[in-house]
Ligand binder design. Structure first.
Ligand code: FE2
Length: 149
């Protein structure tokens, strides 16, 4: 994981990320290594669904899929991702509306809180495989900032 402020490129320390409401942890990518943490998160935060999402250069309609989350948006529930393989970039607004850039890689767990503006992009690898947790069985519904303002 690497976190930086986009406006001046300076690093963001873990405690600052935590103070901004972003949960971050390193976990083993073995199921026995990460599943206990997933189970604790489900119990503590009310996540009821778990699945695995996978994007690769060979994924049909990859560009159209990526276009759904590369615009600034938020959700009514937390966005929970644990990276099993590959990497991706979350840009997340701070409480003061300043962009934080978080590069997540294999073994990184990140939780973007509900109602927090963010966007997501793949890196040049165009590959990520993640465990997702959801609070609602209706799953991932984005609300775009462009439409809201
Ligand atoms: Fe999102």
């Amino acid at each position: 994981m690497k976190a930086t402020w986009i406006d001046d490129g300076t690093p963001i320390a873990l405690d600052v990320l935590a103070a901004e409401g972003i949960l971050y942890e390193r976990l083993s990518t073995e199921p026995a290594g990460y599943q206990p943490t997933m189970d604790v998160l489900k119990t503590e935060r009310g996540y009821v669904e778990q699945d695995v999402v996978e994007l690769r250069p060979t994924t049909p309609n990859l560009d159209a899929i990526c276009a759904k989350f590369d615009g600034e948006h938020l959700h009514d529930e937390d966005e929970v991702r644990f990276v099993l393989e590959g990497e991706g970039v979350f840009d997340i607004r701070s409480g003061a509306d300043r962009w934080m850039r978080v590069l997540v890689e294999q073994g990184d767990l990140i939780v973007v809180p509900a109602q927090r503006w963010h966007r997501f992009e793949l890196t040049e690898q165009k590959t990520i495989r993640c465990v997702r947790l959801f609070q609602d069985t209706s799953g991932w519904v984005p609300h775009y900032r462009d439409a809201a303002e």
